[in-house]
Design a protein around this ligand. Structure first.
Ligand SMILES: Cc1ncc(COP(=O)(O)O)c(C=O)c1O
Length: 478
Protein backbone atom coordinates (compact mmCIF):
# COMPACT_ATOMS: atom_id res chain seq x y z
CA UNK A 1 0.00 0.00 0.00
CA UNK A 2 1.35 3.47 -0.84
CA UNK A 3 2.37 5.39 2.31
CA UNK A 4 1.07 8.95 2.29
CA UNK A 5 3.19 11.85 3.59
CA UNK A 6 2.07 15.39 2.96
CA UNK A 7 5.14 17.21 1.62
CA UNK A 8 3.38 20.01 -0.23
CA UNK A 9 4.99 23.35 0.66
CA UNK A 10 7.28 21.69 3.26
CA UNK A 11 10.99 22.37 3.56
CA UNK A 12 12.38 19.64 5.82
CA UNK A 13 11.27 16.71 3.63
CA UNK A 14 13.27 14.09 5.44
CA UNK A 15 11.99 15.38 8.80
CA UNK A 16 8.37 15.22 7.55
CA UNK A 17 8.79 11.60 6.42
CA UNK A 18 10.39 10.68 9.76
CA UNK A 19 7.60 12.36 11.76
CA UNK A 20 4.76 10.86 9.72
CA UNK A 21 6.11 7.31 9.99
CA UNK A 22 6.73 7.81 13.71
CA UNK A 23 3.17 9.07 14.15
CA UNK A 24 1.86 6.04 12.24
CA UNK A 25 3.80 3.74 14.57
CA UNK A 26 2.61 5.53 17.72
CA UNK A 27 -1.00 5.45 16.47
CA UNK A 28 -0.57 1.76 15.66
CA UNK A 29 -1.47 2.24 12.03
CA UNK A 30 1.91 0.53 11.63
CA UNK A 31 2.37 -2.31 14.10
CA UNK A 32 5.47 -4.20 15.33
CA UNK A 33 6.61 -6.55 12.57
CA UNK A 34 5.15 -4.45 9.74
CA UNK A 35 7.55 -3.74 6.91
CA UNK A 36 8.18 -0.15 5.83
CA UNK A 37 8.05 0.44 2.08
CA UNK A 38 11.49 0.00 0.45
CA UNK A 39 13.24 3.41 0.43
CA UNK A 40 13.47 3.41 -3.37
CA UNK A 41 9.74 2.79 -3.70
CA UNK A 42 8.71 5.42 -1.13
CA UNK A 43 11.07 7.96 -2.74
CA UNK A 44 9.39 7.30 -6.09
CA UNK A 45 5.86 7.59 -4.63
CA UNK A 46 6.68 10.84 -2.83
CA UNK A 47 8.78 12.21 -5.70
CA UNK A 48 11.86 12.86 -3.52
CA UNK A 49 15.49 11.73 -3.69
CA UNK A 50 16.09 8.26 -2.26
CA UNK A 51 18.59 9.76 0.22
CA UNK A 52 15.77 11.89 1.71
CA UNK A 53 13.92 8.70 2.67
CA UNK A 54 17.06 6.90 3.80
CA UNK A 55 17.88 9.71 6.24
CA UNK A 56 14.36 9.46 7.74
CA UNK A 57 14.70 5.66 8.08
CA UNK A 58 18.10 6.02 9.73
CA UNK A 59 16.66 8.42 12.32
CA UNK A 60 13.90 5.94 13.13
CA UNK A 61 16.45 3.12 13.34
CA UNK A 62 18.64 5.20 15.67
CA UNK A 63 15.64 5.50 18.04
CA UNK A 64 15.17 1.74 17.87
CA UNK A 65 11.57 1.87 16.68
CA UNK A 66 12.46 0.34 13.32
CA UNK A 67 15.12 -2.26 12.59
CA UNK A 68 16.91 -3.06 9.35
CA UNK A 69 17.13 -6.74 8.48
CA UNK A 70 19.79 -7.23 5.85
CA UNK A 71 18.31 -8.40 2.57
CA UNK A 72 14.75 -8.33 3.95
CA UNK A 73 13.94 -4.65 4.52
CA UNK A 74 13.12 -2.22 7.34
CA UNK A 75 10.59 -3.38 9.96
CA UNK A 76 8.75 -1.77 12.83
CA UNK A 77 10.45 -3.16 15.94
CA UNK A 78 8.94 -4.49 19.15
CA UNK A 79 10.19 -1.37 20.95
CA UNK A 80 7.64 0.59 18.94
CA UNK A 81 4.83 -0.83 21.09
CA UNK A 82 6.46 0.97 24.04
CA UNK A 83 6.66 4.23 22.05
CA UNK A 84 2.89 3.93 21.42
CA UNK A 85 2.16 3.52 25.11
CA UNK A 86 4.25 6.53 26.07
CA UNK A 87 2.57 9.04 23.85
CA UNK A 88 -1.03 8.45 22.98
CA UNK A 89 -1.97 10.94 20.30
CA UNK A 90 -5.00 13.04 21.04
CA UNK A 91 -7.60 13.48 18.31
CA UNK A 92 -9.92 16.38 18.65
CA UNK A 93 -13.60 15.55 19.02
CA UNK A 94 -14.40 17.57 15.94
CA UNK A 95 -16.84 20.39 15.45
CA UNK A 96 -19.53 18.48 13.55
CA UNK A 97 -22.78 17.45 15.22
CA UNK A 98 -25.38 14.89 14.15
CA UNK A 99 -29.07 15.81 13.91
CA UNK A 100 -30.72 15.71 17.32
CA UNK A 101 -32.88 12.71 16.44
CA UNK A 102 -29.83 10.43 16.75
CA UNK A 103 -29.59 11.18 20.48
CA UNK A 104 -32.78 9.20 21.07
CA UNK A 105 -31.69 6.13 19.10
CA UNK A 106 -30.43 3.25 21.22
CA UNK A 107 -27.74 0.84 20.11
CA UNK A 108 -28.09 -2.77 21.27
CA UNK A 109 -25.45 -3.91 23.74
CA UNK A 110 -22.94 -6.26 22.21
CA UNK A 111 -21.61 -8.48 24.99
CA UNK A 112 -17.97 -9.56 25.01
CA UNK A 113 -19.00 -12.87 26.52
CA UNK A 114 -22.47 -14.44 26.31
CA UNK A 115 -24.22 -14.93 29.66
CA UNK A 116 -24.00 -18.41 31.16
CA UNK A 117 -27.76 -18.97 30.76
CA UNK A 118 -28.71 -17.05 27.67
CA UNK A 119 -32.48 -16.63 27.28
CA UNK A 120 -32.18 -13.46 25.20
CA UNK A 121 -34.50 -13.17 22.22
CA UNK A 122 -33.44 -12.50 18.65
CA UNK A 123 -30.67 -15.11 18.72
CA UNK A 124 -30.34 -18.46 17.01
CA UNK A 125 -28.10 -21.44 17.56
CA UNK A 126 -25.46 -21.08 14.85
CA UNK A 127 -23.81 -24.30 16.06
CA UNK A 128 -26.73 -26.21 14.51
CA UNK A 129 -25.78 -25.06 11.02
CA UNK A 130 -24.18 -27.95 9.07
CA UNK A 131 -20.69 -26.55 8.88
CA UNK A 132 -19.38 -28.79 6.10
CA UNK A 133 -22.31 -28.21 3.75
CA UNK A 134 -22.30 -24.47 4.33
CA UNK A 135 -18.54 -24.32 3.68
CA UNK A 136 -19.01 -26.31 0.47
CA UNK A 137 -21.71 -23.91 -0.69
CA UNK A 138 -19.46 -20.91 0.05
CA UNK A 139 -16.47 -22.50 -1.70
CA UNK A 140 -18.52 -23.32 -4.78
CA UNK A 141 -19.92 -19.79 -4.85
CA UNK A 142 -16.36 -18.44 -4.64
CA UNK A 143 -15.42 -20.43 -7.74
CA UNK A 144 -18.41 -19.28 -9.75
CA UNK A 145 -17.96 -16.59 -12.36
CA UNK A 146 -20.99 -14.63 -11.14
CA UNK A 147 -19.29 -13.89 -7.84
CA UNK A 148 -15.97 -12.90 -9.37
CA UNK A 149 -17.33 -10.60 -12.08
CA UNK A 150 -16.09 -7.02 -12.04
CA UNK A 151 -19.50 -5.42 -12.59
CA UNK A 152 -22.44 -4.60 -10.32
CA UNK A 153 -25.50 -6.88 -10.39
CA UNK A 154 -29.20 -6.06 -10.51
CA UNK A 155 -30.46 -4.40 -7.29
CA UNK A 156 -33.04 -7.16 -6.84
CA UNK A 157 -30.17 -9.55 -6.12
CA UNK A 158 -28.86 -12.87 -7.36
CA UNK A 159 -31.46 -14.60 -9.53
CA UNK A 160 -30.58 -18.11 -8.31
CA UNK A 161 -31.30 -17.05 -4.74
CA UNK A 162 -34.54 -15.32 -5.68
CA UNK A 163 -35.65 -18.48 -7.49
CA UNK A 164 -34.65 -20.65 -4.53
CA UNK A 165 -36.57 -18.38 -2.13
CA UNK A 166 -39.70 -18.50 -4.27
CA UNK A 167 -39.63 -22.30 -4.10
CA UNK A 168 -38.93 -22.30 -0.38
CA UNK A 169 -41.70 -19.88 0.63
CA UNK A 170 -44.06 -21.40 -1.93
CA UNK A 171 -43.73 -24.79 -0.25
CA UNK A 172 -43.32 -23.82 3.39
CA UNK A 173 -45.61 -20.75 3.54
CA UNK A 174 -47.78 -21.03 0.40
CA UNK A 175 -46.61 -17.54 -0.59
CA UNK A 176 -47.34 -17.00 -4.27
CA UNK A 177 -44.57 -15.16 -6.08
CA UNK A 178 -42.19 -15.27 -8.99
CA UNK A 179 -38.46 -14.53 -8.80
CA UNK A 180 -39.21 -11.07 -10.25
CA UNK A 181 -41.28 -10.23 -7.16
CA UNK A 182 -38.39 -10.94 -4.78
CA UNK A 183 -35.79 -8.39 -3.70
CA UNK A 184 -32.88 -9.55 -1.60
CA UNK A 185 -32.08 -7.21 1.28
CA UNK A 186 -29.60 -6.95 4.13
CA UNK A 187 -32.09 -8.46 6.55
CA UNK A 188 -35.62 -7.46 7.51
CA UNK A 189 -34.38 -4.13 8.76
CA UNK A 190 -33.27 -3.03 5.32
CA UNK A 191 -36.45 -4.35 3.73
CA UNK A 192 -38.40 -2.08 6.09
CA UNK A 193 -36.11 0.83 5.32
CA UNK A 194 -36.70 0.43 1.58
CA UNK A 195 -40.46 0.05 2.04
CA UNK A 196 -40.70 3.06 4.32
CA UNK A 197 -38.83 5.22 1.85
CA UNK A 198 -40.90 4.02 -1.08
CA UNK A 199 -44.30 4.27 0.63
CA UNK A 200 -44.00 7.05 3.18
CA UNK A 201 -42.96 10.69 3.18
CA UNK A 202 -41.84 12.46 6.39
CA UNK A 203 -44.96 13.15 8.44
CA UNK A 204 -46.94 10.23 6.99
CA UNK A 205 -48.35 7.71 9.45
CA UNK A 206 -47.51 4.05 10.01
CA UNK A 207 -49.37 1.77 12.42
CA UNK A 208 -47.11 -0.45 14.51
CA UNK A 209 -47.94 -3.12 17.05
CA UNK A 210 -47.80 -2.06 20.70
CA UNK A 211 -45.94 -3.73 22.25
CA UNK A 212 -43.82 -4.36 19.20
CA UNK A 213 -40.39 -4.98 17.76
CA UNK A 214 -38.21 -1.97 18.54
CA UNK A 215 -35.61 -1.68 15.72
CA UNK A 216 -38.12 -0.74 12.97
CA UNK A 217 -39.65 1.86 15.29
CA UNK A 218 -36.25 3.47 15.69
CA UNK A 219 -35.82 3.39 11.91
CA UNK A 220 -39.22 4.98 11.22
CA UNK A 221 -38.47 7.68 13.76
CA UNK A 222 -35.23 8.64 12.01
CA UNK A 223 -37.15 8.93 8.73
CA UNK A 224 -39.58 11.40 10.29
CA UNK A 225 -42.50 8.98 9.96
CA UNK A 226 -45.38 9.34 12.43
CA UNK A 227 -45.88 6.15 14.40
CA UNK A 228 -49.20 5.11 15.87
CA UNK A 229 -49.17 2.24 18.33
CA UNK A 230 -52.02 -0.24 17.99
CA UNK A 231 -52.71 -2.65 20.87
CA UNK A 232 -52.24 -6.39 20.59
CA UNK A 233 -54.44 -8.90 22.42
CA UNK A 234 -54.71 -12.72 22.44
CA UNK A 235 -55.85 -12.66 18.80
CA UNK A 236 -53.02 -10.41 17.64
CA UNK A 237 -53.28 -6.85 16.37
CA UNK A 238 -56.58 -5.23 17.39
CA UNK A 239 -57.75 -4.25 13.93
CA UNK A 240 -60.69 -2.22 15.27
CA UNK A 241 -58.19 0.07 17.00
CA UNK A 242 -56.36 0.98 13.76
CA UNK A 243 -56.37 4.72 13.12
CA UNK A 244 -57.62 5.64 9.66
CA UNK A 245 -54.92 8.22 8.94
CA UNK A 246 -52.07 5.77 8.34
CA UNK A 247 -50.83 4.67 4.96
CA UNK A 248 -49.03 1.53 6.13
CA UNK A 249 -49.52 -1.14 8.82
CA UNK A 250 -46.46 -3.09 10.01
CA UNK A 251 -47.39 -6.46 11.58
CA UNK A 252 -45.84 -9.74 12.74
CA UNK A 253 -48.87 -12.06 12.19
CA UNK A 254 -47.26 -15.53 12.50
CA UNK A 255 -45.56 -14.91 15.82
CA UNK A 256 -46.21 -11.47 17.23
CA UNK A 257 -43.10 -9.88 18.64
CA UNK A 258 -42.91 -9.78 21.63
CA UNK A 259 -46.22 -11.33 22.83
CA UNK A 260 -45.88 -14.56 20.75
CA UNK A 261 -49.57 -14.63 19.76
CA UNK A 262 -50.76 -15.50 16.26
CA UNK A 263 -53.05 -13.17 14.32
CA UNK A 264 -56.30 -15.14 13.96
CA UNK A 265 -57.86 -15.79 10.56
CA UNK A 266 -60.79 -13.49 11.39
CA UNK A 267 -58.36 -10.69 12.27
CA UNK A 268 -56.33 -11.34 9.10
CA UNK A 269 -59.45 -10.94 7.00
CA UNK A 270 -60.48 -7.87 8.99
CA UNK A 271 -57.03 -6.33 8.47
CA UNK A 272 -57.15 -6.89 4.71
CA UNK A 273 -60.65 -5.40 4.57
CA UNK A 274 -59.50 -2.43 6.66
CA UNK A 275 -56.53 -1.88 4.30
CA UNK A 276 -58.90 -1.96 1.34
CA UNK A 277 -61.25 0.60 2.91
CA UNK A 278 -58.38 2.88 3.90
CA UNK A 279 -56.25 2.42 0.79
CA UNK A 280 -53.34 1.28 2.95
CA UNK A 281 -50.39 -1.09 2.51
CA UNK A 282 -49.57 -3.96 4.89
CA UNK A 283 -46.02 -5.06 5.69
CA UNK A 284 -46.08 -8.67 6.85
CA UNK A 285 -42.92 -9.49 8.83
CA UNK A 286 -42.62 -13.30 8.86
CA UNK A 287 -39.28 -13.43 10.66
CA UNK A 288 -39.22 -16.81 12.41
CA UNK A 289 -42.23 -18.86 11.32
CA UNK A 290 -40.07 -21.61 9.76
CA UNK A 291 -39.89 -23.05 13.27
CA UNK A 292 -43.34 -24.45 13.95
CA UNK A 293 -44.26 -26.85 16.71
CA UNK A 294 -47.99 -27.16 16.37
CA UNK A 295 -50.70 -27.55 13.82
CA UNK A 296 -50.49 -26.20 10.26
CA UNK A 297 -50.06 -22.43 10.41
CA UNK A 298 -52.58 -19.93 9.14
CA UNK A 299 -52.17 -18.61 5.64
CA UNK A 300 -49.95 -15.55 5.38
CA UNK A 301 -51.67 -12.23 4.70
CA UNK A 302 -49.80 -12.23 1.39
CA UNK A 303 -51.62 -15.39 0.31
CA UNK A 304 -55.04 -14.15 1.46
CA UNK A 305 -54.55 -10.80 -0.25
CA UNK A 306 -56.18 -10.54 -3.66
CA UNK A 307 -55.55 -6.82 -4.24
CA UNK A 308 -51.76 -6.53 -4.04
CA UNK A 309 -51.73 -4.61 -0.75
CA UNK A 310 -49.37 -6.88 1.18
CA UNK A 311 -45.58 -6.90 1.07
CA UNK A 312 -44.20 -10.09 2.59
CA UNK A 313 -40.83 -9.80 4.37
CA UNK A 314 -38.64 -12.76 5.33
CA UNK A 315 -35.25 -13.15 6.98
CA UNK A 316 -32.41 -15.66 7.17
CA UNK A 317 -31.32 -14.28 10.54
CA UNK A 318 -33.02 -17.11 12.43
CA UNK A 319 -32.78 -19.98 9.96
CA UNK A 320 -29.12 -19.33 9.11
CA UNK A 321 -27.51 -16.64 11.29
CA UNK A 322 -28.08 -12.93 11.91
CA UNK A 323 -24.52 -11.99 10.89
CA UNK A 324 -25.22 -13.05 7.27
CA UNK A 325 -27.46 -9.97 7.02
CA UNK A 326 -29.70 -11.60 4.44
CA UNK A 327 -33.42 -11.20 4.10
CA UNK A 328 -35.90 -10.55 1.33
CA UNK A 329 -39.19 -8.98 0.46
CA UNK A 330 -41.91 -10.11 -1.91
CA UNK A 331 -43.44 -7.09 -3.55
CA UNK A 332 -46.66 -6.57 -5.47
CA UNK A 333 -45.78 -5.60 -9.08
CA UNK A 334 -46.90 -1.99 -8.52
CA UNK A 335 -44.03 -1.30 -6.09
CA UNK A 336 -41.37 -3.35 -7.84
CA UNK A 337 -39.61 -0.65 -9.87
CA UNK A 338 -39.51 1.87 -7.02
CA UNK A 339 -38.15 -0.74 -4.63
CA UNK A 340 -35.41 -1.66 -7.10
CA UNK A 341 -34.46 2.01 -7.24
CA UNK A 342 -34.56 2.33 -3.44
CA UNK A 343 -32.26 -0.67 -3.09
CA UNK A 344 -29.96 0.75 -5.76
CA UNK A 345 -29.62 4.17 -4.12
CA UNK A 346 -29.16 2.51 -0.75
CA UNK A 347 -26.30 0.11 -1.57
CA UNK A 348 -26.56 -1.07 -5.22
CA UNK A 349 -27.29 -4.64 -4.10
CA UNK A 350 -26.46 -7.09 -1.31
CA UNK A 351 -23.25 -9.13 -1.44
CA UNK A 352 -23.50 -11.53 -4.38
CA UNK A 353 -21.03 -14.00 -2.91
CA UNK A 354 -23.19 -14.68 0.15
CA UNK A 355 -26.34 -14.76 -1.97
CA UNK A 356 -24.81 -17.30 -4.37
CA UNK A 357 -23.65 -19.46 -1.45
CA UNK A 358 -27.11 -19.43 0.12
CA UNK A 359 -28.76 -20.23 -3.23
CA UNK A 360 -26.58 -23.34 -3.52
CA UNK A 361 -27.24 -24.27 0.10
CA UNK A 362 -31.00 -24.11 -0.51
CA UNK A 363 -30.85 -25.84 -3.92
CA UNK A 364 -28.77 -28.72 -2.52
CA UNK A 365 -31.53 -29.39 0.04
CA UNK A 366 -29.14 -28.54 2.90
CA UNK A 367 -31.29 -25.60 4.05
CA UNK A 368 -34.47 -27.67 4.32
CA UNK A 369 -32.61 -30.45 6.16
CA UNK A 370 -31.09 -27.88 8.54
CA UNK A 371 -34.44 -26.22 9.27
CA UNK A 372 -36.02 -29.65 9.93
CA UNK A 373 -33.25 -30.62 12.32
CA UNK A 374 -33.16 -27.25 14.05
CA UNK A 375 -36.96 -27.28 14.42
CA UNK A 376 -36.79 -30.58 16.32
CA UNK A 377 -34.20 -29.12 18.70
CA UNK A 378 -36.02 -25.80 19.17
CA UNK A 379 -39.28 -27.70 19.72
CA UNK A 380 -37.65 -29.59 22.58
CA UNK A 381 -36.42 -26.31 24.14
CA UNK A 382 -39.80 -24.65 23.59
CA UNK A 383 -41.67 -27.50 25.29
CA UNK A 384 -39.19 -27.70 28.13
CA UNK A 385 -39.46 -23.98 28.92
CA UNK A 386 -43.26 -24.00 28.57
CA UNK A 387 -43.52 -26.99 30.92
CA UNK A 388 -41.23 -25.49 33.56
CA UNK A 389 -42.97 -22.10 33.46
CA UNK A 390 -46.38 -23.76 33.81
CA UNK A 391 -45.11 -25.98 36.61
CA UNK A 392 -42.82 -23.75 38.69
CA UNK A 393 -43.79 -20.17 37.99
CA UNK A 394 -47.61 -20.25 38.06
CA UNK A 395 -47.82 -18.04 41.15
CA UNK A 396 -46.09 -15.22 39.26
CA UNK A 397 -46.32 -15.85 35.53
CA UNK A 398 -48.95 -16.74 32.98
CA UNK A 399 -47.61 -18.27 29.79
CA UNK A 400 -48.98 -17.03 26.48
CA UNK A 401 -49.57 -20.17 24.41
CA UNK A 402 -47.52 -20.22 21.21
CA UNK A 403 -46.38 -22.84 18.73
CA UNK A 404 -43.92 -20.92 16.56
CA UNK A 405 -40.55 -19.24 16.59
CA UNK A 406 -37.68 -18.87 18.98
CA UNK A 407 -39.15 -17.21 22.05
CA UNK A 408 -41.90 -17.64 24.60
CA UNK A 409 -43.58 -14.85 26.51
CA UNK A 410 -45.06 -14.94 29.99
CA UNK A 411 -47.02 -12.13 31.62
CA UNK A 412 -46.86 -11.34 35.30
CA UNK A 413 -49.98 -12.02 37.33
CA UNK A 414 -49.50 -9.33 39.95
CA UNK A 415 -46.03 -7.85 39.62
CA UNK A 416 -45.36 -4.33 38.42
CA UNK A 417 -42.92 -3.50 35.63
CA UNK A 418 -40.57 -2.23 38.30
CA UNK A 419 -40.71 -5.49 40.27
CA UNK A 420 -40.18 -7.75 37.26
CA UNK A 421 -37.26 -5.59 36.15
CA UNK A 422 -35.72 -6.09 39.60
CA UNK A 423 -36.13 -9.87 39.18
CA UNK A 424 -34.33 -9.84 35.82
CA UNK A 425 -31.55 -7.68 37.29
CA UNK A 426 -31.02 -10.23 40.08
CA UNK A 427 -31.09 -12.99 37.44
CA UNK A 428 -28.45 -11.19 35.39
CA UNK A 429 -26.19 -11.11 38.45
CA UNK A 430 -26.44 -14.91 38.53
CA UNK A 431 -25.63 -15.24 34.84
CA UNK A 432 -29.24 -15.64 33.63
CA UNK A 433 -30.14 -13.23 30.81
CA UNK A 434 -33.90 -12.67 30.40
CA UNK A 435 -35.65 -9.76 28.74
CA UNK A 436 -38.35 -7.68 30.36
CA UNK A 437 -41.39 -7.07 28.21
CA UNK A 438 -42.12 -3.51 29.22
CA UNK A 439 -38.63 -2.14 28.44
CA UNK A 440 -39.21 -3.03 24.79
CA UNK A 441 -41.88 -0.44 24.40
CA UNK A 442 -40.84 2.93 23.18
CA UNK A 443 -42.84 5.77 24.60
CA UNK A 444 -45.22 7.32 23.74
CA UNK A 445 -46.72 4.13 22.34
CA UNK A 446 -48.91 2.79 25.09
CA UNK A 447 -48.75 -0.82 26.14
CA UNK A 448 -52.00 -2.35 27.23
CA UNK A 449 -50.78 -5.78 28.32
CA UNK A 450 -49.30 -6.37 31.80
CA UNK A 451 -45.53 -6.50 32.08
CA UNK A 452 -43.80 -9.81 31.60
CA UNK A 453 -40.69 -11.58 30.46
CA UNK A 454 -39.55 -13.07 27.19
CA UNK A 455 -37.57 -16.27 27.13
CA UNK A 456 -35.61 -16.86 23.96
CA UNK A 457 -34.32 -20.38 23.32
CA UNK A 458 -32.29 -19.73 20.17
CA UNK A 459 -29.01 -19.53 22.04
CA UNK A 460 -29.39 -21.61 25.19
CA UNK A 461 -28.30 -25.26 24.92
CA UNK A 462 -31.13 -27.61 25.88
CA UNK A 463 -29.06 -29.04 28.72
CA UNK A 464 -28.80 -25.63 30.42
CA UNK A 465 -32.50 -24.73 30.41
CA UNK A 466 -33.54 -26.48 33.63
CA UNK A 467 -30.69 -25.00 35.68
CA UNK A 468 -31.14 -21.51 34.20
CA UNK A 469 -34.86 -21.47 35.02
CA UNK A 470 -34.20 -22.83 38.50
CA UNK A 471 -31.90 -19.86 39.15
CA UNK A 472 -34.53 -17.52 37.68
CA UNK A 473 -37.19 -18.99 39.96
CA UNK A 474 -35.02 -18.25 43.01
CA UNK A 475 -34.84 -14.60 41.90
CA UNK A 476 -38.64 -14.34 42.15
CA UNK A 477 -38.51 -15.51 45.76
CA UNK A 478 -35.94 -13.01 47.04
C1 LIG B 1 -39.95 -9.07 14.69
C2 LIG B 1 -38.63 -9.32 14.04
N1 LIG B 1 -38.49 -9.10 12.73
C3 LIG B 1 -37.33 -9.34 12.10
C4 LIG B 1 -36.23 -9.81 12.78
C5 LIG B 1 -34.98 -10.08 12.03
O1 LIG B 1 -34.39 -8.92 11.59
P1 LIG B 1 -33.18 -8.96 10.58
O2 LIG B 1 -33.60 -9.81 9.42
O3 LIG B 1 -32.96 -7.53 10.21
O4 LIG B 1 -32.01 -9.55 11.30
C6 LIG B 1 -36.32 -10.03 14.16
C7 LIG B 1 -35.15 -10.48 14.92
O5 LIG B 1 -35.15 -10.74 16.09
C8 LIG B 1 -37.55 -9.80 14.81
O6 LIG B 1 -37.69 -10.03 16.12
Amino acid sequence: MAFHVNLVGRKDLSGEIYREIRRAIVDRRLRPGDRLPPSRELARDLVVARATVTVAYERLAAEGIVAVRQGAGTFVSELAAQAGRDKPTQRSNGVLHPRQIWESILLPTVLDKPPQFDFRTGLCDASLLPDREWRQAVTRALRSSTTTAGAYEHPAGHRDLRTAIVRHIGISRSVKASADDVIITNGTQQALDLLARVLLAPGDGIAVESPGYAPPKQLFKTLGIRMLGVPVDREGLVVDALPCDVRVVYVTPSHQYPLSVTLTLARRQALLAWAERNNAAIIEDDYDSEFRFGERPLEPLQTLDTKGRVVYVGSFSKTMMPTLRLGFLVTPPSLRAALHKAKFVSDFHSSILVQAALARFIDDGAFARHVRRATAIYRQRHEMIADIISRDFTDHLELIPSTTGLHITALTRTMSAHQIAAVTRRAAERGVAVQVLSSQVLSPLAMRSPPGIMLGYGAIPTAHIEEGLCLLRACFDE
